[in-house]
Ligand binder design. Structure first.
Ligand SMILES: [Zn+2]
Length: 143
């Protein structure tokens, strides 16, 4: 919930795998835009961070990606999905709690002034591009 790189599915109140398909559709728009801006002839790798509570299933995201990439500039791309657990930090004592579910109070000091560090976001972290020019960078970091 804290990243400018988050990509959101359009319109989706559908269950899987439609949710994952709409996420991937949105992702591909971003990938193709970035590839175009960088003059890439192919996208060779895509890295996504999908937190434990991001609402997507990594396996479904992978199969949606494989379906979607056919015939696109990313047809030969490998998808790597990172799945960080939910991390919640207490603003009072700074204790971090890592788990798979939300908590209402800090286990160290019982404060309810908590904020989510990681684990709910769905982010395109990086794509790897193949370009014609030898001077072009191989990697494009998007954060
Ligand atoms: Zn605390």
């Amino acid at each position: 919930m804290n990243s400018s790189n988050s990509f959101s599915p359009r319109g989706g109140n559908c269950g899987p795998p439609m949710h994952e398909l709409s996420v991937i559709a949105s992702l591909f728009e971003t990938i193709e835009t970035l590839a175009g801006e960088n003059g890439a002839k192919a996208v060779t790798g895509v890295w996504i961070k999908a937190g434990a509570l991001s609402g997507v299933v990594p396996e479904l995201l992978e199969s949606a990606f494989d379906i979607f990439k056919q015939g696109t500039i990313a047809a030969g791309a490998n998808l790597t999905i990172k799945r960080p657990p939910l991390t919640i930090q207490c603003r009072t004592c700074r204790t971090e709690t890592v788990g798979t579910d939300f908590i209402l109070a800090c286990p160290a000091c019982s404060s309810s002034d908590l904020h989510i560090v990681e684990g709910t976001d769905l982010v395109l972290e990086r794509i790897e591009l193949e370009t014609d020019g030898p001077a072009d960078p191989e990697d494009t970091v998007i954060r």
